[in-house]
Design a protein around this ligand. Structure first.
Ligand code: FES
Length: 141
């Protein structure tokens, strides 16, 4: 494990070791990516929205254990929920769900929420064209 395992509580370690909703969602109708899949850490969130509800969600992530746990927690918090509620999720919600991320890892919880917001914007068709292009190209990799 990267860094000291003492800095992570049991919930974080569980989500890192057994991430929920990991992988690609083939029938997604919204995809959001933060970071650079080509050369650095990234988070990609896939959502399948039906009747304004997030029916399914998944994530791909390259990053530290806190980032992977945050992707898992973000997906859990979004799964099955109304889009309006999912749009209001914050990094604090993700950290709280995980029982509290260490201060120096709080920024990692931003990755999941930011990628989720891009995925929602993609679904709504309001993602800026250059970002939409990046998302499509990266999702093909
Ligand atoms: Fe960079 Fe967590 S993803 S420190």
């Amino acid at each position: 494990m990267i860094g000291s395992s003492m800095m992570y509580n049991k919930i974080i370690v569980d989500h890192f070791m057994n991430p929920r909703h990991a992988g690609r969602l083939e029938d997604a109708n919204g995809v959001g990516i933060i970071g650079d899949p080509g050369c650095g850490d990234f988070m990609c969130i896939f959502i399948k929205v039906e009747n304004w509800q997030v029916k399914n969600v998944s994530f791909l992530c390259k990053g530290c254990p806190a980032a992977i746990a945050s992707g898992s927690a973000t997906a859990e918090l979004a799964h099955g929920e109304p889009l309006e509620k999912v749009m209001a999720l914050t990094p604090e919600d993700v950290s709280n769900y995980l029982g509290g991320l260490p201060d120096e890892k709080l920024h990692c919880s931003n990755l999941g929420v930011d990628a989720l917001r891009y995925a929602i914007a993609d679904f709504l068709g309001i993602l800026p064209k250059e970002d939409a292009g990046d998302a499509e190209a990266s999702a093909e990799e």
